[in-house]
Design a protein around this ligand. Structure first.
Ligand code: 13P
Length: 248
């Protein structure tokens, strides 16, 4: 069975004062069944990792460069994330694809850099609303997987997050049938490409996951957890999602 994972993507939210949410989260979930990951802004990684030491909480970055160092003003490398205390990194988020024009080929190279630095990659894929309306969702997701996931990954270093772009931050969630259809296609791709490992790779759903819809989403076949944006910022909200996943 794939590992159950509740991952929080803080995006560009949180300064030092937000670290109290991490203390509260750790106190409320000392021994979760699920893997818990928080991906804060890069400025908080080191402090958060220090707070999380000895707890069940893992820390992740939100992107990384393809190179380990060099003349790339404003960028951050996988080596730097790992040195700061991160064990995970989100790659290919739709906001990176949209705001920074990141392509599948670049995301693939970033993933290789992250794996080389010993990080677990949480790789995001998902269709836009126009693509869903045009009935090309499965083709879009398949293309993203084929081009952005590097060869040689295992269940220990890759997590897939299916995040329909139109469900992010909108309060709109696909039907459970729609989620099931995409997750089944993702599983088929992973098994076809990676054999036994493909059965073990965790596949998360992301997009407007809240404490009150989490249990329903986690009951969908091949949903092994969630990548959560807004509801991961508050320990009480994220805690509700963790509790639902632990029970699923
Ligand atoms: P929301 O949970 O705020 O919709 O964000 C989802 C997301 O983009 C997580 O990466």
């Amino acid at each position: 069975m794939p590992r159950k994972i509740a991952a929080g993507n803080w995006k560009m939210n949180g300064v030092g004062a937000a670290l109290s949410e991490i203390d509260a989260l750790i106190a409320a979930h000392p021994t979760p069944v699920s893997r818990i990951v928080i991906c804060p802004p890069a400025t908080l990684i080191h402090r958060m990792a220090a707070r999380a030491q000895g707890s069940a909480l893992a820390i992740g970055g939100q992107t990384c460069h393809t190179a380990s160092k060099g003349a790339h003003t404003g960028d951050i490398s996988a080596t730097m994330l790992a040195e700061a205390g991160a064990t995970h990194v989100i790659l290919g988020h739709s906001e990176r694809r949209a705001d920074h024009g990141e392509t599948d080929a670049q995301i693939n190279a970033q993933a290789q850099a992250a794996l080389a630095a010993g990080l677990t990659v949480i790789l995001c894929i998902g269709e836009t609303e126009a693509e869903r309306d045009a009935d090309v969702t499965l083709a879009v997701v398949e293309t993203q997987l084929a081009h952005s996931v590097p060869e040689g990954v295992t269940a220990a270093n890759l997590v897939i997050a299916y995040e329909p772009v139109w469900a992010i931050g909108t309060g709109r969630v696909p039907t459970t049938d729609q989620i099931a259809e995409v997750h089944a296609a993702i599983r088929t791709h992973l098994v076809t490409r990676f054999g036994e490992q493909g059965h073990e790779i965790s596949v998360l759903y992301g997009g407007s996951v809240k404490p009150d819809n989490a249990a329903q989403i986690f009951a969908v076949p091949d949903v092994n957890g969630a990548l959560v944006g807004g509801a991961s910022l508050k320990a009480a909200d994220f805690g509700g999602i963790i509790t639902a996943l632990d029970a699923a």
